[in-house]
Design a protein around this ligand. Sequence first.
Ligand SMILES: *[C@@H]1O[C@H](CO)[C@@H](O)[C@H](O)[C@H]1NC(C)=O
Ligand SMILES: *[C@@H]1O[C@H](CO)[C@@H](O)[C@H](O)[C@H]1NC(C)=O
Ligand SMILES: *[C@@H]1O[C@H](CO)[C@@H](O)[C@H](O)[C@H]1NC(C)=O
Length: 419
Amino acid sequence: MLLISYIYRFILLINRNFRCWRFIILAMMIYFIINLYILLKQTRLNSKSIFGNKYLRQQSLQDKKKNENIQNIRKRSSSSLCICENNNKKTLQSHSPISPEARLRYSFIDIDDLDVDINYLDEEYRPSQQLNILPPSPDSHPYTRILNVKGDTSVIIYNRLPQCYEHTMGLFLQDISYLHSYTYISSQIYVPFSYNKSALVSIARSLNKHKFKQLIYERHIYFFDYYALQFPNHPVWINLVRDPMYRIAAEYKHSREICRKTNRCFVQQDAINETLDECVIKRSPKECISSDNGIARMLPFFCGLKYSIECQEENNWALKQAKQNIDFFYTVVGIAEEFYKFLYVLEKLLPQYFKLARILFMNQHDPKILADKRDINVRLPNKNTTKILMPFLKYEYDLYNYIKKRFLDQYNMLLELDN
Ligand SMILES: *[C@@H]1O[C@H](CO)[C@@H](O)[C@H](O)[C@H]1NC(C)=O
Ligand SMILES: *[C@@H]1O[C@H](CO)[C@@H](O)[C@H](O)[C@H]1NC(C)=O
Ligand SMILES: *[C@@H]1O[C@H](CO)[C@@H](O)[C@H](O)[C@H]1NC(C)=O
């Protein structure tokens, strides 16, 4: 309307008098200002519908009170959990109550958080007959696949590795899921990482028939191939890794702390007070970084559960399988050392989940630190220990470097497309 009347007046004015140009410029400026005002109002209304009045007030104060804002976001993130819980409670009533027997039988599933229908899980699973999506053959992964979103975006599975910026990531996922109003579930099931085929089918079904609009499901679990379980679809997989020496140092310390403070002990009792440096002198280095000593390996997280026994080995076959799974099934595997770039890649590849990720993240933290303190205060073992351990981490570093290169390639390609 405005535009039409403006053009009409414009033509009239030109016909009457050329000196009216000044008027025209003025009208143009007013027109743009009005439009800008309307646009701003609309975006404000949108954000209002998500956050309510309280957030709007907070937002207008944002520039002045950046420090206070960190606390506000923290508060919101804790309230986001409440929203999830309320939703779950509401919908729980829609299913018949879950018997204690069923709870026990499906103890490896987040029944309440995912709001699972047990009757559906109990139904016999009939593998899909329409497996028209053939997994890509090993010889044919063109470089461009690197920027594809691999899978159905209604579920993202983040099969979190221990001690790879998990606190930073957890806080961030809470806030970003709240910002875009989707569901983020961090599983409370910590072990095991490995399941048999029938359990995996149930886990996959519980994630397939969820009622959420969008879902990020985070859990310490080895990768599993939906196609191998004969599901016609595949979720989006993401992950975040970290330099193996840092990860192992952090995990060594953390698993001992957990053991001392809680009942969850994955550490030999007599080794509970040892530092990693002391351990490699007293015991065999291999033992110090084994699962008996509370250290998980990165390789099986990607090698996966299709060949669960072979994937526990550290050899070239397992390494190749892990790389292949990453190429075929992982939309992005970031590295903690480049967390900000990780957010950028997420933003570009999965905008429906991660739009504004970097801005949110920068607002969340003290700009000088940019990560949760618990994730960055890692004391590395001394030089001797490092030297002793390095040969035992050969496959870990090989995979880590492979992930790093792929990730930086992704980042650089996206950056180029952006410019
Ligand atoms: C598979 O694992 C589930 C849960 O871990 C267990 O209850 C079940 O007995 C296992 N099935 C087989 C065939 O081992
Ligand atoms: C480890 O240290 C704690 C406290 O310093 C002590 O109570 C405990 O007995 C120690 N455990 C071992 C196995 O040395
Ligand atoms: C490292 O090993 C060398 C020789 O084996 C030894 O002299 C040195 O004290 C060790 N350093 C530490 C920090 O243990």
